[in-house]
Design a protein around this ligand. Structure first.
Ligand SMILES: [Zn+2]
Length: 70
């Protein structure tokens, strides 16, 4: 597989240049699999900060760009 890199699903920042997704994971990035509206599987990429925020808020995803209101 040699697909182009996708950005973070939430903040759209570009991941670091890596050869494999395993290297991304070492950088703190995470891959998740979600189903789209047509029930097709798609991979979502999370940068370290968005992944941390995602876990702080539980399963509920905040809209892109919304700041923490703590
Ligand atoms: Zn992000």
């Amino acid at each position: 597989m040699n697909r182009s890199r996708q950005p973070c699903v939430r903040c759209e920042s570009e991941p670091p240049k890596t050869d494999t997704s395993y290297t991304l994971i070492e950088h703190g990035w995470r891959l998740t699999v979600a189903s789209d509206t047509e029930d097709r599987k798609k991979v979502e990429l999370w940068c370290p900060s968005c992944w941390a925020a995602h876990h702080e808020t539980g399963a509920q995803a905040l809209p892109t760009g919304q700041a923490s209101h703590r």
